[in-house]
Design a protein around this ligand. Structure first.
Ligand code: KG4
Ligand code: ZN
Length: 359
């Protein structure tokens, strides 16, 4: 028998204020497909542009200001009585930002008498793939699991093995900056604004079209190490020194920015692809699955496709609109957590966990 579960979800862990309503269609308890009723995102990117990254106190203020409107838009035209529960990001993320979402949901729990389901943001980035995967849960399990999963964004770079939905083994993570943070910091050094990923990627594409040798060598931190950890702060420092020298000699020309953008993108992608490939091979994964803001990167997607072809395994990445922070993915994770019995009836039991781990 078919059952429909309606989920309202809220996300405020970083610099995007988001709310969404999704419906999960299940047969015999198994997810067949998700349908998205609304997916509202209010980005604070322009507010943080001057800081070259997310400024927590400012982000919190913006979440508080924007969340009521984002919520209103998300529920407009939907019969709220039909909402079964509320999915909410508990962590990892910036604690003041997480609390804004949690407090808002606590209020909703009181007013609307709905239970809540806390969600891990990193897990949600990977489960975002289920928003559009044809064949739903059975397809994922049969064709893609176990999978080497790479959640890669402005705040996280986490490599883990998914044995089943909700059954994860952490393989490695960044020891300092996240990959997206590295894109953002390099963009700041080059004077390109925030967020850095899309603009670096565009400059890199232009340099590639020139088919020239840049003569610039940047490091690929930890690429040769046998562990699955990452480190990106040294790469950013290398760019800082190189560009300082460049500025004093000739100024940062358009061509220099293109060449450096290309080299940095290659370095980041090389490290991400090489470590994920090694994990997939070592753990006999049937697929590589990626998610998170950086998963929108064309070069990363292209290289992951090549590697998975070589290994004879599958590759899965969400459509670009579901790579960056959104609340629909929080709804997906909430659906599976709820099925495991993770549901809170009392608002006071809902808390943040800024360092929430995947395992
Ligand atoms: O997932 P997300 O929206 O927020 C976090 O959870 O952090 O990711 C945002 C990050 C930013 O660092 C941004 O520069 C990066 O994703 N990003 C990209 C691209 N689009 C966004 N990085 C590389 N290439 C892109 N096309
Ligand atoms: Zn994220």
């Amino acid at each position: 028998m078919e059952k429909i579960v309606n989920i309202l979800a809220v996300e405020t862990s970083c610099d995007d204020t988001a709310a969404s309503i999704i419906a999960a269609f299940c047969v015999a308890g198994k997810l067949k497909k998700f349908e998205i009723f609304s997916n509202i995102i209010s980005s604070q990117a322009s507010i943080h542009a001057g800081y070259g990254g997310v400024y927590p106190a400012l982000a919190k203020r913006e979440h508080q200001k924007n969340l009521p409107q984002v919520f209103k838009k998300a529920v407009r035209g939907f019969d709220r009585k039909k909402i079964d529960f509320i999915g909410i990001t508990a962590g990892p993320g910036l604690d003041p930002c997480l609390w804004t979402g949690i407090n808002f949901v606590q209020e909703l729990m009181r007013k609307e008498r709905k239970p809540a389901v806390p969600v891990n943001h990193v897990e949600a980035h990977i489960l975002a793939n289920l928003l559009t995967l044809k064949g739903g849960e059975s397809k994922l399990k049969k064709t893609y699991l176990p999978a080497a999963c790479l959640a890669v964004s402005g705040g996280h770079t986490v490599l883990f093995l998914m044995n089943d939905i909700g059954d994860y083994e952490l393989l490695g993570e960044t020891r300092d900056d996240a990959a997206g943070e590295c894109f953002d910091k390099v963009a700041r050094i080059l004077g390109l604004g925030y967020p850095g990923g899309p603009v670096i990627s565009e400059y890199a594409r232009r340099w590639k079209a020139r088919e020239k040798d840049s003569g610039i060598a940047v490091p690929r931190p930890m690429i040769g190490q046998k562990n699955y950890d990452f480190s990106f702060s040294g790469l950013k420092t290398a760019v800082l020194y190189h560009s300082k020298k460049q500025t004093s000699e000739t100024g940062k020309s358009e061509e220099y920015i293109e060449a450096m953008s290309y080299e940095v993108e290659q370095a980041i992608v090389d490290v991400l692809v090489s470590k994920t490939r090694r994990a997939a091979q070592a753990r006999q994964a049937k697929a590589i699955i990626i998610g998170g803001g950086v998963a929108a990167n064309e070069e990363l997607r292209r290289r992951m496709e090549i590697v998975t072809d070589e290994l004879g395994i599958k590759f899965l990445a969400p459509p670009k609109e579901f790579c960056a922070d959104n609340a629909a993915m929080i709804g997906v994770a909430a659906f599976f957590n709820r099925r495991k019995g993770e549901i809170l009836q009392k608002p006071e039991d809902l808390k943040t966990d800024p360092n929430l781990a995947i395992e």
